[in-house]
Design a protein around this ligand. Structure first.
Ligand code: BGC
Length: 477
């Protein structure tokens, strides 16, 4: 790292806006009831992703799941393969019944590009019809769909030609988006172009734990930039080709991205830890927020990338900011690591089954901070791995309270989607982590769904917003 660069980063970190401090809970005056605080039409829902729940997919992940590293360690814990997953492809009506049981008025789900376009230029109209039917089914039940165009997985033919390392992927995903917008636009108003471009960069191209399994920081940053360019093109396609206002609220499309944000806290007061926490924060958190304001991709990482590129259609391409919030990391400078720092959870913290810090204050901090971007915010994901299911009720309650608290202080937050509706295929961790409000029995042929204790908590929150949880009938299950 050159001295000038280090100085710039140091200066930036010291003057960069930190997350506003979280007030201690005991110091909080009791909040008014959520319904008085949250805007009318607030979306309370759950989220899933196609590859994690549908089952029967054939994409870059299906190939990756079969493989192992050179040391023989399988790519996926316990050598799990996504396989039938939750079989939601065949059980969608049952999943809608679960949403009704929760009292949800929204569902964030993703479309599987590899099903819609299994070969280059080949469009599967029967699959498109099925997705259309799902959207109608949701609407008929008073559930607003939020549709993610791409949640990590790529068709095999895209992956075979380099995936996100190939600029042509921008063209391909743009063309795919156009077809989807035309097909589903009459039923869908709320779109999410890409899920977590920063996480895909980190796991697929830096840590090498997801396909394509690369550890190449430089490429990773270029892949991040490419996804941002793709987002801008996709947003434009959606606005051009979805002109039907499905719910009559005056907006035919509301486009955003689901952006994974974390709280990065310096491990010590040492200037280097502070600098690296600030640097990590800007690259991982802030960059994807700024692109909407500036219309430029600006990435500067010494020795890896020095990009400053104006991107057509990027400025103002977010109608809302989607935040996926899970946890907090302590950051220690470590110039041997590809990310120049080491991240870990402080000792003694409450953690979920994957060892992630449970830090609801962070959601409040994130909302306060990103609320300043002047965009409506949806919490597009928030949840915890909890095999026993006994800690999720408290998690849900406290995180929802953080949302209400931020809204009470003026943040324009319009929805909260819990991750996840169901236990599902948790990428490299396989089926072991349990994120579902409903537990899935993977040993049963019908993938039986059983409510966890957090279902009652969710229902209580729903009732508090004037929503109406419905008992599940046998034929819906
Ligand atoms: C991803 C989900 C994942 C969840 C829990 C998010 O980063 O969007 O696909 O299952 O985190 O790890």
């Amino acid at each position: 790292m050159s001295l000038i660069h280090a100085a710039k980063i140091a200066l930036g970190s010291l003057v960069s806006e930190p997350h506003p401090p979280a007030p201690s809970r005991s110091a909080l005056a009791p909040l008014p009831p959520a319904q008085q605080v949250l805007p009318s039409g607030f979306l309370l829902g759950a989220a899933t992703a196609s590859h994690q729940v549908e089952g029967g997919n054939d994409n870059d992940w299906s190939e990756w799941e079969k493989g192992s590293y050179p040391d023989g360690k399988p790519h996926i814990k316990h050598q799990d393969v996504s396989g039938v997953a939750c079989d939601s492809w065949n059980r969608f009506a049952g999943d809608v019944a679960l949403l009704r049981e929760l009292g949800a008025n929204a569902y964030r789900l993703s479309l599987e590009w590899s099903r819609l376009e299994p070969e280059e230029g080949t469009w599967n109209e029967a699959v498109a019809d099925r997705y259309l039917e799902w959207m109608r089914m949701l609407r008929a039940q008073g559930i607003q769909p939020m549709v993610t165009l791409n949640h990590f997985t790529l068709p095999r033919w895209v992956a075979a030609q380099g995936g996100w390392a190939n600029e042509k992927t921008v063209e391909w995903i743009t063309a795919y988006t156009r077809r989807v917008a035309r097909k589903l636009g009459a039923e869908v108003d709320l779109w999410c172009t890409l899920n977590e471009p920063n996480v895909l960069m980190a796991f697929g191209y830096m840590k090498g734990e997801w396909p394509p399994g690369l550890s190449d920081g430089k490429l990773g940053l270029h892949v991040l930039a490419r996804q941002i360019r793709a987002h801008a093109r996709m947003a434009r396609e959606l606005r051009e080709h979805d002109t039907v206002d499905a719910d009559g609220d005056g907006h035919a499309t509301r486009v955003g991205i689901a952006h994974h944000v974390r709280i990065f806290q310096p491990a010590t007061r040492s200037p280097m830890d502070r600098v690296m926490a600030g640097f990590t924060d800007r690259l991982f958190n802030q960059l994807l927020v700024d692109v909407n304001r500036t219309g430029r991709i600006q990435i500067s990482v010494p020795g890896m990338a020095d990009l400053d590129e104006a991107v057509p259609d990027l400025k103002g391409s977010y109608d809302y900011l989607g935040l996926n919030y899970y946890s907090r990391d302590m950051v220690r400078a470590d110039f041997k690591s590809p990310t120049l720092s080491r991240q870990y959870v402080a000792e003694g913290r409450p953690v979920n089954d994957l060892g992630w810090d449970i830090y609801p204050e962070g959601l409040y901090q994130a909302l306060k901070r990103y609320g300043r971007a002047g965009l409506p915010i949806y919490i597009t994901e928030n949840g915890m791995a909890d095999g026993k299911g006994d800690r999720r009720p408290g998690f849900l309650r406290e995180h929802f309270e953080a949302v209400v608290h931020a809204a009470h202080e003026g943040v324009d937050v319009r929805g909260y989607f819990h991750w996840s509706l169901l236990d599902n295929f948790e990428w490299a961790e396989g089926f072991e982590p349990r994120f579902g409000l409903f537990q899935v029995d993977y040993s049963s042929p019908d993938r039986t769904r059983t409510p966890t204790p957090a279902v009652a908590t969710f229902q209580e929150l729903a009732r508090g917003l004037g929503l109406d949880p419905q008992a599940r009938t046998d034929d819906a299950a």
